[in-house]
Write a protein that binds this ligand. Sequence first.
Ligand SMILES: [Zn+2]
Length: 93
Amino acid sequence: MRKGTYVTDITHFLDETGNIPVSLPKPASRLASFFAIIIDETTRTASEVFNDIELTCAAEDCTGSILSRFESETDDIIWNCPDCGSNGVIRNW
Ligand SMILES: [Zn+2]
């Protein structure tokens, strides 16, 4: 993916069973997996402070480790890469 800010409605990546559809084009599928791991790791702890979830950034040429946290007021998941500055919000997970 490109470096930047991503506001993701995860339902756009999932089929009606809540899985990543096999028909999804490869780049989209990779991105869906990236977001799915962020969701898994963040909701496991539901921490409201940023944690390093040991997930390598998906931006091109970036090996940063993603930080994420849970926003209980909105139920959003907020993430960023300290290396390249990519960041985003994941909704409707
Ligand atoms: Zn990065």
